[in-house]
Design a protein. Structure first.
Lengths: 772, 227
C-alpha cells in the first residue's frame, strides 16, 4: 500500500480518512472542486457536520448534491406542479412526486406505476451500454415500488440522419434498448424516433417503464424499525460508473494504483431479469419492509434516502459489501453505479425466508447493516467510522439555486420569421409530391427498422404497439382492464415557445391515449434541456414547467414524477428544449382499443376538430424548406378534453373502428398512415372542410392544428356518432370513405396516390442508411 | 391433460406458454430448472427467453439443468416435447434435435409476424394443421438461423422431418438466414418438435397477429387423450 500523498503541510492523513481523523485535521485540503462542488457548497457541508467531511462523506455529498441527484437548479420550479394540483387530481394519486415512481389507482384494486428517465450523456459516450443501462435503471425504479414491470417505451432523439456519427449512435442505442429490454422479457410498446441537427452532439435517450401491482402491495423506500436488517442484494459491486469520485480516490490514495474504470456502467440484463423475479417472490412472501434500487450515486443514494425517509438512523458496515474488485476503496464502493443491485430493509424474524428466496434465484444477498435508534447514518470500514452524517442533509437538504433566467433575445426575430412567405404547393401534383417527400423524411418515415428490434409480444398482454397511437397492455387477465401509454414532444414547437411547446407535447400524448379509447389518468415527464447556467435555457425551463403544470390542471391529470436532464448541449449551443411527456390512460377492457388503421370498406371517415393555417414549426416547413420560425399551433386544452371524451365514449359504445391522431405532417400524413396500416384505401374530399374553416387544400392537408383526429365509423353507427358529436359540440366533418376499390388514397379534385407509391416512399429511408 | 412448462433462470415466455395450454383446456404445470422432476406431466414445453442469459451459447447452459436429466430420456422414450425459440436452441444443444441456431444473417434481433408453411402435419404438435397450410406466427429472435450440414439437411427433408418452413417469395430471403428456409423440425418419432417462431403468442384474439398458434396446443391435447 502506498503512503498518503496529500498530507504534506496539513498533517498526516492515514490510509482511511476516519471521522476522528477529520476532526483532528480540520485544515486538510480536500478536492471538492474536482468533485463538482462549489466553494459555498463545501462550506455548507462543513457547517452541517461542524467539522470537515471525511473523504467518504465528501464523496457522498458531492454525488448526492450533483444536479442529477439533487435537482438543485430545477427544484424551485417544481412548486408550479404542487400549486396546480387540485383535489380531483390528487384523488387519482396513490403515491406522488418524490418516491422512486408515482403510483395511480386504475380501479378494481389495481395500481399502476410509471416513470420516464433520461440516459442521454452515457448513451452518447457508449451508445449500447448507455441505452441498455437506461432501460435497466428505470425498470428497477418501477420494481422498487412493489410492482411487476409490464412494459417499456423509449423516446429517442438523434442528430441528422445522414451524419456519420448518427451511424455510430443510433444502431448502438437501438441495439442496447433491445438487447436489455428483450432479455428482461418486457414488451417495448412505443416511444419515438426523432431526428434533428440540434441533437447531433447530444442525443436524447429517454426510457419509460410501466409496472402493475395490487393496491396493497405498494412498497416504499424507507428504513424504519430499529434492529431491522439492511440487505444489499443482486450483483456484486464493481468499479463501473464511478464518476468524479475517482478524482478523489486518485488524488488522495494510492498513486500508481489500478487505472480507474470508465464512467459508463455496464449492464447484465440476465442478472436484472432474475432480480425482478426474486423481488416479486420477496414481495409475495411479504418479507420486505422497505426497498430502494441502486441507480445514480449507488450506495450513497440508497443508504441516505432509505435512512432519511425512515424514522431512525442506520448503521452500515461497508466492508461487508460483496465486491467484483477487491481493490476498491470505500469512497469508490459508496459511489459505484454497478447495475442490477437493490437494497431492502427486513425484519429479523423474516430474514431467513428472505435469504431462502434469494438463494432459489441464485441472487447474492448480504446483510450489511441495520436500522438504529439514532438519527445518523453511520458507515464503518473495518471497524472505523468513516461516515457519520444526518441522512437528510445528504439526501434531501442539498443546495437550492434560484438561477437567473431571461427570455432569450433571439426569440422575437425567430417568432417573426413565420412560414407565410414560403413557397407552397398549389397543384394536385405538387401536393402529392410534398406528401411523398414528407412520408420519406426522417421524422415521418416508417420506423420498423428500429421497432422490429424490440420484442413487443412477450408477456402476451400487448393489445397495441407502435406504430399505433399508443401502446396498450392488459393488466388484469380476467377482466381485460389495462393501460395505454404514449410519449410525445415536438422540440421545434418548444424552441419557438417553450410554454406552448410543453403544452403541445402534453396535448399530443393526451390525445394519443384517448385516440385508442383510454381515459387519460396521469403524466410523467422527462425534461431535457441545455445548461441551467444559461439564463435563456433557465427561462425555457421555467416556461415549460409552468406550461405542463397549468396544462395538467386544465386537463385534470396529475404529474406523478419524472426526471430533469440539464447540460444537453454542445459547446454553447443547447438542444431545443425537449420536455417529453408520457401520458397514461386506463381502459376497463383493452380488447375494445381502437387501432389506427382502417380496414372495413364502406366505413365513413370523419375529421374531428378545426383546421387553421398553422404551419409554423411543423414538419412541412422543416422538410420542404428547412425552416424553423413563427409561432407553434394554438393550444386548446378544453378542445382536447372534449375530443378525448368523445373518443373514449365512441370506443366504449363501439361507434368507431379506427382512429388516428393528427400531428406531425397533418391530415395528409395521418390519412397515409391509416391507409398503409392494413393496405386498405380511401376516397377523401376536402371541399367541405376548406369551406367551413376558410382554408385551402394545402392547409387542410399539412397544417398541424391541434385537437384533431380522423376516425372510421361503421355506417350502422353513423347517426349515433354524429348525434353524439353534435350534442357535445364536437366539430366534425365527413371527409371520406374507406374503399378497397381505391388503390391508396384518392383526394378528389387534387391527386391520387397508390399504396405502392406510399409504401415505397415511407419504408425505404432507414434501411437505406442503416442496411436491411 | 398436464403440460409441463419449464422455467430456467432467464426464461421469458413461460407464462405465455402456460396461458396457451389453458386456452385449449389443458392444465399447465410449472417445472423448475433445478428440480430433476417432471411431476408426472403428459407433455413438456421448453419456452422462449434467454436461459442463463444465453451466455456462452444459446441453450448451452440450460442443457445441463437438473430438469433436463429427466427430460432427455423421457423425450427419447416418446414424451411429447415442444421447444419454442430458446427452447428449440435447448433441444439442439441437448441433441434431441439435429442442427444448430446461429446469429441472424442480418445481425439484428428481429420481431415480425411471419408466414409459415406446415410441411408435416403428423407430429404430436401439428396434427390439427392441414399439410401445406400457411399460417401467421410471431417470430422474435437474435439467433434464429437454422444451420446443419448438407447430409443432415437432406436427411431431414427425406424423412419429412422439416415441420415448418418460412414462406418466402422465389429467390427471396427468410427472416434469419435459416438454411432451406427451415423454421422448425422434428425428431424421428415426431414427438419432439422445435421451432423458432412463437405459437404461444398467437392464441388469443386481440393479443397477437392471429390464432394460428392454437392448433399446436389442441394437437397435443388430442394426442394425449388418445394415447
Amino acid at each position: 500500500m502506498s503512503t498518503s500523498t496529500a498530507s504534506s503541510s496539513t498533517g498526516h492523513v492515514p490510509h482511511v480518512d476516519t471521522v476522528g481523523n477529520a476532526g483532528a485535521t480540520p485544515d486538510h485540503e480536500q478536492p471538492w472542486l474536482e468533485l463538482g462542488l462549489k466553494e459555498d457548497e463545501y462550506q455548507r457541508i462543513r457547517d452541517i457536520l461542524d467539522r470537515r467531511p471525511t473523504s467518504a462523506e465528501l464523496a457522498m455529498y458531492s454525488v448526492m448534491w450533483s444536479e442529477h441527484c439533487s435537482y438543485k437548479s430545477s427544484k424551485v420550479h417544481f412548486k408550479h406542479f404542487a400549486d396546480n394540483t387540485t383535489e380531483e387530481m390528487r384523488e387519482k394519486l396513490l403515491v406522488g412526486i418524490g418516491e422512486n415512481a408515482g403510483v395511480v389507482d386504475i380501479g378494481d384494486g389495481w395500481a399502476v406505476t410509471f416513470k420516464v428517465e433520461s440516459h442521454n450523456h452515457p448513451s452518447y459516450v457508449e451508445p449500447y451500454q448507455g441505452a441498455a443501462t437506461g432501460v435497466g435503471g428505470i425498470v428497477r425504479d418501477i420494481m422498487s415500488m412493489g410492482a411487476r414491470p409490464i412494459a417499456v417505451m423509449d423516446p429517442l432523439r438523434f442528430g441528422n440522419l445522414n451524419h456519420p456519427d448518427t451511424q455510430r449512435v443510433l444502431p448502438g442505442v437501438v441495439a442496447g434498448v433491445g438487447g436489455y429490454g428483450n432479455c428482461l422479457g418486457l414488451p417495448n410498446i412505443g416511444g419515438e424516433v426523432v431526428f434533428d441537427d440540434c441533437y447531433q452532439g447530444n442525443p436524447l435517450v429517454n426510457a419509460l417503464c410501466v409496472g402493475a401491482m395490487r393496491r396493497e402491495d405498494i412498497h416504499l423506500a424507507k428504513a424504519s424499525g430499529a434492529g431491522n436488517k439492511v440487505i444489499l442484494f443482486g450483483a456484486k459491486t464493481g468499479g463501473d460508473g464511478i464518476g468524479g469520485v475517482s478524482v478523489l480516490a486518485s488524488e488522495t490514495f494510492e498513486e500508481g494504483g489500478p487505472a480507474k474504470r470508465p464512467a459508463v456502467q455496464v449492464g447484465d440484463p440476465f442478472a436484472e431479469k432474475v432480480l425482478i423475479e426474486c423481488c416479486l417472490d420477496l414481495y409475495k412472501a411479504k418479507v420486505v419492509d422497505g426497498i430502494q434500487d441502486l441507480g445514480g450515486a449507488g450506495l450513497s443514494c440508497a443508504t441516505s434516502e432509505l435512512a432519511s425517509n425512515g424514522d431512525g438512523g442506520m448503521q452500515v458496515e461497508l466492508d461487508l459489501v460483496p465486491l467484483r474488485d477487491a481493490s476498491l476503496r470505500p469512497e469508490e464502493i459508496l459511489m459505484s453505479e454497478s447495475q442490477e443491485r437493490m437494497m431492502a430493509v427486513v425484519e429479523p424474524a423474516k430474514l431467513d425466508e428472505f435469504m431462502e428466496i434469494c438463494r432459489r434465484w441464485d441472487v447474492e444477498a448480504t446483510v450489511i447493516g441495520e436500522v438504529t435508534e439514532g438519527d445518523h447514518l453511520v458507515i464503518t470500514w473495518h471497524g472505523e467510522v468513516i461516515v457519520d452524517v444526518p441522512p437528510r442533509s445528504v439526501a434531501h437538504d442539498g443546495p437550492v439555486y434560484h438561477r437567473p433566467l431571461e427570455r432569450p433575445a433571439y426569440l422575437d426575430s425567430l417568432q417573426e420569421n413565420a412560414t407565410g412567405s414560403l413557397a407552397k404547393p398549389t397543384t394536385g401534383d405538387e401536393l402529392k409530391a410534398d406528401l411523398l417527400t414528407l412520408l420519406a423524411s426522417p421524422n415521418l418515415c416508417d420506423k420498423s427498422w428500429v421497432t422490429d428490434q424490440y420484442d413487443r409480444y412477450v408477456l402476451g398482454n400487448t393489445a397495441l404497439a407502435m406504430p399505433d397511437d399508443s401502446g396498450v397492455v392488459r393488466v388484469d387477465e380476467e377482466t381485460g382492464r389495462g393501460v395505454a401509454v404514449s410519449t410525445d414532444c415536438n422540440g421545434r414547437f418548444a424552441k419557438l415557445d417553450p410554454y406552448a411547446g410543453a403544452q403541445l407535447a402534453l396535448a399530443e400524448a393526451y390525445r394519443n391515449v384517448a385516440t385508442v379509447g383510454a381515459t387519460p389518468l396521469a403524466i410523467t415527464d422527462c425534461l431535457n434541456f441545455g445548461s441551467p447556467e444559461d439564463t435563456g435555457v433557465m427561462w425555457q425551463f421555467e416556461q415549460a414547467v409552468m406550461g405542463i403544470a397549468e396544462g395538467c390542471r386544465e386537463l385534470g391529470v396529475p404529474v406523478t414524477g419524472g426526471n430533469v436532464s440539464f447540460y444537453n448541449q454542445t459547446g454553447d449551443v443547447a438542444i431545443h428544449p425537449t420536455p417529453v411527456i408520457g401520458v397514461l390512460g386506463v381502459m376497463d377492457d383493452v380488447a375494445r382499443r381502437t387501432p389506427s388503421g382502417w380496414k372495413t370498406p364502406g366505413q365513413v371517415i370523419y375529421l374531428l376538430g378545426t383546421t387553421r393555417d398553422e404551419l409554423d414549426g411543423g414538419e412541412w416547413a422543416h422538410v420542404r424548406h428547412g425552416h424553423l420560425g413563427g409561432r407553434p399551433p394554438k393550444v386548446d386544452l378544453a378542445a382536447e378534453r372534449l375530443l378525448g371524451e368523445i373518443l373514449v365514449n365512441a370506443s366504449r359504445d363501439g361507434l368507431v373502428d379506427a382512429a388516428h391522431d393528427l400531428s406531425d405532417g397533418g391530415l395528409a400524413v395521418a390519412l397515409a398512415e391509416a391507409t398503409m396500416r392494413n393496405g386498405v384505401g380511401a376516397r377523401v374530399w376536402l371541399d367541405a372542410v376548406c369551406e367551413r374553416d376558410g382554408i385551402d387544400a394545402f392547409t387542410a392537408l399539412f397544417s398541424e392544428s391541434t385537437a384533431r383526429v380522423v376516425v372510421a365509423v361503421p355506417r350502422s353507427e353513423e347517426v349515433r356518432f354524429t348525434d353524439m358529436c353534435t350534442a357535445r359540440g364536437q366539430v366534425h366533418a365527413r371527409i371520406g370513405v374507406v374503399d378497397d376499390q381505391t388503390d391508396g388514397i384518392d383526394v378528389q379534385g387534387q391527386f391520387a396516390v397508390t399504396l405502392d407509391e406510399l409504401r415505397e416512399a415511407h419504408t425505404r429511408t432507414l434501411p437505406a442508411v442503416f442496411g436491411e | 391433460m398436464k403440460v409441463g412448462v419449464v422455467t430456467f433462470p432467464g426464461s421469458l415466455d413461460d407464462r405465455d406458454a402456460a396461458r396457451a395450454v389453458r386456452a385449449v383446456g389443458g392444465e399447465p404445470v410449472s417445472l423448475w430448472h433445478g428440480d430433476a422432476d417432471l411431476r408426472g406431466v403428459d407433455a413438456v414445453i421448453l419456452p422462449g427467453g434467454f436461459s442463463y442469459g444465453d451466455y456462452l451459447r444459446c441453450g448451452a447452459i440450460a442443457r445441463f439443468a437438473p430438469v433436463m436429466d429427466q427430460l432427455v430420456p423421457a423425450a427419447k422414450g416418446g414424451l411429447p416435447v415442444l421447444g419454442i425459440c430458446n427452447g428449440f436452441q435447448v433441444l439442439t444443444e441437448s441433441h434431441l434435435l439435429p442442427g444448430a441456431l446461429i446469429r441472424n444473417d442480418h445481425r439484428k434481433f428481429n420481431c415480425v409476424d411471419t408466414r409459415l408453411r406446415v410441411e408435416n402435419a403428423q407430429t404430436a404438435w401439428t396434427s390439427d394443421f392441414e399439410q401445406g397450410q400457411e399460417i401467421t406466427i410471431v417470430l422474435k429472435n437474435g439467433e434464429g438461423g437454422f444451420v446443419a450440414d448438407e447430409r443432415t439437411l437432406d436427411e431431414l427433408e427425406g424423412e419429412g422431418r422439416v415441420v415448418f418452413r418460412y414462406v418466402v417469395p422465389e429467390g427471396g430471403r427468410n427472416p434469419n438466414g435459416s438454411y432451406r428456409h427451415i423454421a422448425g423440425i422434428t425428431n424421428e418419432r415426431g414427438n419432439v418438435v422445435g421451432l423458432m417462431p412463437h405459437p404461444e403468442h398467437c392464441v388469443e384474439e386481440g393479443y397477437g397477429p392471429s390464432l394460428d398458434g392454437l392448433p399446436f396446443f389442441t394437437s397435443i391435447l388430442k394426442q394425449v387423450v388418445n394415447a
